[in-house]
Design a protein around this ligand. Sequence first.
Ligand SMILES: [Mn+2]
Length: 328
Amino acid sequence: MDCRVFYHDKCFDGACSAALFTKFHRECAGTATGFEYRGLVHRAGSLFDESWWLTSGENAIVDFKYSASERLTWWFDHHQSAFASAEDEAHFRVGQVNADGTPGPLAMRQFFDPSYTSCAGWIAHIASTEFGMSLSGLRELLYWADIVDGAKYESAKAAVEMEAAAMKLTLVIESADVSRQMIPLLTAMPLDEVLAQPFVQQELGPLMERHRQMLALIGQRAVCERGVIAFDITDEPTEGYNKFIPYYLHPEGTYNVGLSRSSFRNKVSVGTNPWTTKSAVDLANIAAICERYGGGGHARVGAISFPVESEVDARKAAAEIVAELRAL
Ligand SMILES: [Mn+2]
């Protein structure tokens, strides 16, 4: 029987999580003959469709929100906003602990810890400590999943100029439809070799060129006032841009609020400068701000999606968030 793996699409950690989960499932569960991958993206409205689940076999979600469907077998996540509703969270807890305090029926199938920097790191932790899986050969992958998902780059220059293989892979994963093809390779070879694959190289050239254009466009639009960098590029639809560009251009900014538009949504991206000298206690909780507008994310980075036709609402939300952060 097959295992269908739903993972956070357009995300380096999402792809690494799907790869690690597959290795974990092969070595520690062994109940699947094949694996299928389905990328999920955050969007306005319902996230899951009942028809997506495999009706015979197993279903897994990694690095993405919980689903209260009875079809969900495995779940690993580390997002602060992992539950779309209080009902979903209650449903998860029922599977974790029985009324008498003993481990629930899904305690060894569904795992959640928002303190983990990457979901890949969380899967590796559970696989190695609870199931005895060896992490040998996975160090590079786990190191970069933490760097990329935790935005722990040494500098804005490293993040924007992208010398490391993992940085270029992140660019390709976030922009092109390659993760499904890349997932089986991520646990099988060094990242340099994944990058050298013709299907990856084919995407990389044009993306690097577009990256340079986005750098120029955001450079023209971004304004930094009272520690908040704000820009609106909705008139130049894009499927994404390097989120460190604002801090590369304005190192003095503490937060950035970007308004962009893609083929399927308007997006308000809210971030905290990873190289800020401010102490953590003085920083705003970005996930909490985004949740108020129906979005979510992590303490330092979050986003809100609006339907394509709701540009006015997206612009209003962005302006309010800019004002709120500038008033801090
Ligand atoms: Mn993640």
